[in-house]
Design a binder for this molecule. Structure first.
Ligand code: ATP
Ligand code: MG
Length: 657
């Protein structure tokens, strides 16, 4: 039912979805998660988290679970000591699993490598010895600017092993973006490759490092992995990985660090503005990464083959390729390349080849698969898949259903996981086997997590109401600040609901009538149409529920009569071209939105486009589309995956007028 404005809800609730999918008895019977987990956490939150921390090996046990006296700076497992890399590698070898494959690495050109835990231990030890030989140790910062090659994971774990902080920067970012991140973190070392495979061709990577390092005096050395055998310029700071690392001893004794020892800095993807160096520490972070990975994905380390398609340059790659999975002794696939090289069935080839059973990806890719057509996955045997995950944006209900039907064989539970770089690990998600899933809803905070939806005054909204998503309890993997900027940390996350002491995540959300949480996109993107506060997500989901639409992005553009008018950009399914976007088709789409969620949400304008501007982690950058919709010069495009997309959109709109 439509809420009228002024009922104390900061957001209108327009779209209703009634489909639910209860877990099968078979799945529920074997699930890691049981309903009692919620009760247990509720009964004693700190005891619950202490129990989760027991998943790890601690050199010294903590004497206090949580110290929140310095809020908003938390300390978890105070007094405890552990080595994060030891927990992800060595202890599995010591428990007799050295021969288990940790990583099935698949290169884009078709080369592959199976890395066992024993081999991982040797590689990480050599890399750790190499870092020590360069004088890199506890608290030093190391920038990692690499494609998805095994050495990127070795490098991250080697940093963790010697107590250095890694700062992973997407291999697709520009020299300038790399330089600012190196400078902000004052990195002493950069680890990179000569080049990277992208859409079937080698592309140079090191020139960007050379350019960045020239303007970043903190850098003393650059380690270069040979990946594409591309000719590179050489400076006296450069050293080849194969010369430095391969000659090191493969024995290394890890040192235990304090639970609050910093583990990494990661700059957020920059969907909204100037990137922030998010700081994470060791014990609490690893506890929550490990706990969530185990329960949310129902991981069975002896039989599952897990695949998270994220890049390590994104937090998902940190928590759900490196730290969560490896701490749980996973066997996982790591794929270097793009999903359409050599063809659009590449992911399904890989699922078949390795018998992938758990697949974790982003809505943007699911919508891309929809656009390419269901006949592509249909040609493959995907019967090994038993759990599917989604992260990064709200997943449109129609994309969710498509994912379930065409990838999950109509039965694999889908976990829609809400979290952020700042939260370090998953916060809101259904637990497979316990919760009946709903297409488009992340549903409930995980056991041990406190989250709710509040209005402008910080008061929880009733079921059916919309507002702001806040986190009302500290959690183990929470950020410990923004690197070098305490004030920005307090301002950005803790000032909006200062009186209540809530962390405000920046996202809008609503409760449905069962009290399940639906994420509604960023509050900065919320549109105000004739006094109605309309989320971008609901209008986009309504558009995607039309059979011709694969992807949609909507923005509010200033409008003389209504305050803001809704402008939609849509990509059609099956590669249908602009001719399918004629006046009649557009009218049909506008009417469809009006029918699905009400006339107030009817887009003022709909434009058919070939692509949408996205960050490297696949999120739609609405602020750039707002620039287009309001006829402004397009803003900062440096964090776009492909900056030519904006030209493509603008050119299409000019000619289509
Ligand atoms: P920046 O903070 O620099 O603008 P960013 O927010 O895109 O970048 P991330 O930390 O990677 O960087 O993304 C977290 C955000 O992604 C969340 O705040 C939310 O908006 C969105 N998000 C992630 N997962 C989900 C999900 N399952 N459902 C809805 N939104 C999600
Ligand atoms: Mg963010």
């Amino acid at each position: 039912m439509t809420q009228s404005p002024g009922q104390g809800n900061a957001l209108d609730n327009l779209l209703t979805e009634s489909r639910t999918f209860p877990p099968s008895d078979e799945f529920a019977a074997q699930a890691n998660a049981q309903p009692a987990l919620y009760e247990e956490a509720k009964a004693d939150r700190e005891a619950f988290w202490a129990k989760q921390a027991e998943r790890l090996h601690w050199e010294t046990k903590w004497d206090q679970v949580l110290d929140w006296s310095g809020a908003p700076f938390a300390k978890w497992f105070v007094g405890g000591k552990l080595n994060v890399a030891y927990n992800c590698v060595d202890r599995h070898v010591e428990s007799g699993h050295g021969e288990q494959v940790a990583i099935h690495w698949e290169g884009e050109p078709g080369d592959s490598r199976a890395i066992t835990y024993a081999e991982l231990q040797r590689e990480v030890s050599k890399a750790a010895n190499a870092l020590t030989s360069l004088g890199i140790g506890a608290e030093d910062r190391v920038a990692i600017y690499m494609p998805m090659v095994p050495e990127a994971i070795f490098a991250m774990l080697a940093c963790a092993r010697v107590g250095a902080l890694h700062n992973v920067v997407f291999g697709g970012f520009s020299a300038e973006a790399l330089r600012t991140r190196i400078q902000d973190s004052e990195a002493r070392l950069v680890i990179t490759t000569d080049g990277q495979y992208r859409r079937g061709n080698p592309a140079p990577l090191k020139p960007a490092v050379d350019e960045a390092v020239a303007g970043a005096p903190s850098v003393e050395k650059v380690i270069v992995v040979k990946r594409t055998d591309t000719e590179v310029a050489w400076t006296d700071k450069d050293v080849w990985w194969h010369e430095l690392v391969d000659s090191q001893s493969d024995q290394h004794t890890p040192e235990a660090f304090d639970s609050e020892h910093p583990l990494f800095i990661l700059y957020t993807s920059g969907t909204t503005g100037k990137p922030k160096g998010i700081l994470h520490t060791s014990g609490g972070y690893l506890t929550q990464a490990s706990y969530t990975h185990n329960y949310v994905f129902d991981l069975k380390p002896d039989t599952d083959v897990y695949w998270c398609t994220a890049d390590i340059g994104w937090v998902t790659g940190h928590s759900y390729i490196v730290y969560g999975p490896l701490s749980n002794r996973v066997t996982q696939v790591v794929y270097e390349g793009t999903p359409n090289t050599p063809n659009e069935g590449r992911h399904w080839d890989i699922v078949e080849k390795y018998g992938v059973s758990i697949y974790y990806t982003a809505p943007t890719l699911i919508r891309t698969f929809m656009k390419w057509g269901a006949d592509i996955p249909a040609k493959h045997d995907l019967s090994s898949l038993r759990v599917l995950g989604s992260v990064g944006e709200p997943i449109n209900p129609e994309a969710w259903i498509w994912y379930r039907e065409n990838i999950g064989g109509g039965k694999a539970p889908i976990v829609d996981t809400w979290w952020q770089t700042e939260t370090g690990a998953i916060m809101i998600s259904p637990l497979p086997g316990v919760v009946s899933t709903k297409p488009g809803s992340a549903q409930r905070p995980l056991p041990g997590i406190g989250a709710k939806v509040v209005n402008d005054e910080g008061v929880e909204v009733p079921h059916g109401g919309g507002g702001y998503l806040v986190l009302d309890e500290p959690w183990p993997s929470m950020l410990r600040g923004i690197w070098g900027d305490e004030e920005r940390y307090r301002d950005t996350y803790w000032s909006r609901f200062k009186d209540q002491g809530f962390y405000f995540a920046g996202d809008g959300a609503k409760y449905d009538n069962d009290g399940d949480i639906w994420l509604l996109g960023r509050v900065d993107d919320v549109m105000n149409v004739s006094g109605h506060r309309i989320s971008t997500t609901e209008v986009e989901s309504a558009l995607v529920s039309h059979p011709t639409v694969a992807e949609a992005a909507v923005v509010g553009a200033s409008d003389e009569t209504t305050g803001q008018g809704i402008v939609a950009f849509v990509i059609l399914r099956g590669g249908a071209g602009a001719d399918a976007g004629g006046a009649e088709a557009i009218k049909a789409l506008r009417d469809h939105v009006a029918k699905e969620i009400g006339p107030i949400a009817k887009p003022r304008q709909i434009m058919v486009v070939p692509e949408l501007p996205k960050t490297r982690s696949g999120k739609i950058m609405r602020r750039l589309l707002r620039d287009v919709a309001e006829n402004r010069t397009v803003g900062d495009v440096t964090t776009l995956a492909d900056s030519s997309v904006m030209d493509l959109i603008s050119a299409g709109l000019q000619s289509g007028k």
